[in-house]
Design a protein around this ligand. Structure first.
Ligand code: C5P
Length: 216
């Protein structure tokens, strides 16, 4: 199968030297890319700015902003079988990017933010590829993940519980619950991101094969 996997954070510029971003390390997305390659799948890895070296065999597309990630995903999904949106894409971006460095003043300052384009929501409703979203939640994990599965029109939603600071973002370990459209759920208990990724790729492939009309 051909996988398109997004990883890492995006950066939304404020002025020439400042940006809004988040703590995503890209480790989970890179581990999923490595696990998919190991299972003999073709991988396009669309990555925000992170440090880990890309897994050998992945076609790497580097992006910085949510708009760049949006365009890279639109282009890559034209001929893919599975899209895994593991990237922590910014939900908001500055309404304007200052052309020059914003000067410090001794008074309150507020930045106007507008919603960034939602990449998952902008995918076509009718498509022949399987879509996996991620939900990083600090509370009411199941409720929020199921709501995102529906509103973001995904086939599967992988929920990270961020209430445990020892796993998930930036960590080398993770534990996830996977929610599917049919109402089923599955848990992958705490393990290295490499192990979680291998298990996830197996679950994604098994479910994608049921849904896609193309035969593998
Ligand atoms: O709404 P929230 O950001 O929590 O949703 C997370 C999921 O949505 C992830 O799969 C992420 O990659 C995706 N996302 C997106 N476009 C955005 C923000 C998030 O596709 N602008």
């Amino acid at each position: 199968m051909k996988f398109v996997i997004t990883a890492g954070p995006t950066r939304e510029p404020i002025d020439p030297i400042r940006f809004l971003s988040n703590r995503s390390s890209g480790k989970m997305g890179y581990a999923i890319a490595a696990a998919a390659i190991e299972a003999n799948h073709e991988v396009v890895l669309i990555s925000g700015p992170v440090n880990p070296p890309p897994p050998a065999g992945a076609k790497l597309v580097r992006v910085i902003t949510s708009d760049e990630m949006h365009e890279a995903v639109q282009a890559a999904v034209r001929d893919c079988d599975v899209l895994v949106m593991c990237a922590a894409v910014s939900d908001y971006k500055p309404a304007r990017v200052a052309e020059q460095k914003i000067k410090k003043r001794n008074e309150k300052f507020s930045l106007e933010l507008i919603p960034a384009r939602d990449i998952l929501k902008s995918l076509p409703q009718s498509r022949n590829f399987f879509v996996v979203g991620f939900a990083a939640e600090t509370n009411d994990v199941e409720e929020h993940a199921r709501a995102k599965l529906a509103t973001k029109n995904c086939d599967m939603m992988v929920a990270n519980d961020l209430s445990d600071p020892n796993i998930g973002m930036e960590s080398d370990e993770n534990a996830v619950t996977i929610f599917s459209r049919g109402g089923e759920s599955a848990k992958i208990s705490r393990a290295s991101k490499k192990t979680v990724a291998r298990e996830l790729v197996k679950i994604i492939c098994a479910n994608a094969k049921k849904v896609l009309t193309k035969k593998f």
